[in-house]
Design a protein around this ligand. Sequence first.
Ligand SMILES: Cc1cc2nc3c(=O)[nH]c(=O)nc-3n(C[C@H](O)[C@H](O)[C@H](O)COP(=O)(O)O)c2cc1C
Ligand code: SF4
Ligand code: FES
Length: 568
Amino acid sequence: MTVTSNGWTTVPGVEARAGKFGGPSLIPMLMEIQQRHGWLPREDLVALAREQRRPLYEIEGLVSFYPHFLTSPPKPVTVRVCRDLSCWLKGSEAGIKRLQEQYGDATDVEVTEISCPGRCDIAPAATVGERPVRVEDVGRLVAEQSHGDARHGDVVAHGPEGGWPNDPYGPGVQRYQALRALLSGETAPQQVLDRLQDSGLRGMGGAGFPTGKKWELVRNTEGSVKYAICNADESEPGTFKDRQLLAEQSHLVLEGMLMGMVVTGVEEGWVFIRHEYGPEEDVLRAEIGRLHELGLIGDDVLGTGRRLMVDIFTSPGGYILGEETALIECMEGHRGEPRNKPPFPGVYGLWGKPTLMNSVETFADVPIIVSRGAEWWKGQGLDESDGLKFFAVSGHVEMPGVYCVPMGTTIRSLVELAGGVTGGAEVGSVQPGGASSNFLGPEHLDVPLDFGTLADAGSMLGSGAVVVMAEGTDPLAAATNVLRFFRNESCGKCVPCRVGSTKAYDLLEDTLSAGAALSDDRRARLLELEVVMRKTSICGLGQVALGPVVSVLGRARGATSARSQPRE
Ligand SMILES: Cc1cc2nc3c(=O)[nH]c(=O)nc-3n(C[C@H](O)[C@H](O)[C@H](O)COP(=O)(O)O)c2cc1C
Ligand code: SF4
Ligand code: FES
């Protein structure tokens, strides 16, 4: 802490709060207005400003930032079609064109393009109203919705026969035993920390920070009030494993989170979930209700005198909200722009309090590690790798879906598990860790999927999304599709990311649409932009946005040398 000349106390590294407004968050109020009308009528926004005594420009700043908010009434039926990599590989461009022709003149149906809604297993995917659907089934759903059926659909099950291997509770076995043992004192908080540290569990949200160390840090940070957040924003193209965990293992996600809260001294926590995961949010809400009934959430859990509360915060949209500090800004009621780090959320998080944030998969791994021990967990991995890992596999494979495999499984084995490449073709390239990860060629198929091995191969484990491209797919066109996603999702806070991603995309789009080869001059320009963005962007989005493009520049359109993932 620093005490300034006027006597105010500041935390080093925390940005000026200029443009950020005190008072309760207006985001839930805006969500409620949108829920009521289907959009945000101007007079309601003016009334909200008056009621809450807040400037209208604050409200306009929020509304213009979050893609979920609409300032004009949508048509009665909205069809939103995904254009990102897994869907692009399965022909979304033709699907969008066909739907636009089909409904172009309709007064009651509107067709728009969207970023990945997390349904890459049914690519090319769309949503009709709130309901996810394959593009080929849009017509049927449009007809249903025109007749007033506005359900948001059901969860999809990918669970293997015999259940998921990370679930310590088989059929008929009482759940939440690890949490109960912690609450009763049978397991001490230090034992939980030791098991997590010994297990080598690392965060599955992308950065791979050691989980035991993060929990210890938050536990040891002074503060009478601390918070916990489960990051269920999952919005990176190709990534849908957390959706599956929420749908089929919400008991493990919540148990891991509650254990984290007990160990670090937190009373209140939230699951921050993307608004497109309506069916999964319903499952989660029901499980939270069950926890209340079991006495494991409430003002006095199991008569221990300890208060534990968990609620759900539904995201108003945007990939950037998955970045931990942008997520916190959003929950505080601001535009979801990342903060400069440090300080990290474990020290200065939600409302300035120490905050434990983990991804869905990380929390879901905790109960089994604590129940069965670190050695058991490590033994689940192959060779040098530890534990189990969930992957979402999509693109050109016969059976896209979520697979839980030993960490260290090779890319080849995982592709085989997903039924192999569509139509028996060979693998052309793979993005092994979501949109942020560098492309790898067929010479890397025997690389074990793990943090270190993928880094050594020039890519990364990232968001746990393996996108497979068959031979004959132009890697530069695929990487340009990925770049378009980052350009669209850049929050615009820093110039290198905002301007750099646009410049690079325009340059590539111009080259590809002319059917030309990339000139030396343009190649040099891209390489220069990549370095500038990597070194000067303040968050991971801008730092990696051009990595996938640069990773395919070494390939003579189908040749195989990939460039190393930047690690500076
Ligand atoms: C642009 C961007 C998007 C991200 N999206 C997610 C996300 O959807 N889910 C997630 O858990 N982490 C995401 N992260 C990583 C989080 O910032 C954070 O590291 C993570 O939630 C910490 O949890 P872990 O330690 O369990 O991985 C994202 C990071 C960046 C830079
Ligand atoms: S790097 Fe991009 S997404 Fe991240 S803060 Fe800067 S402008 Fe926003
Ligand atoms: S749903 Fe299209 S890329 Fe994910």
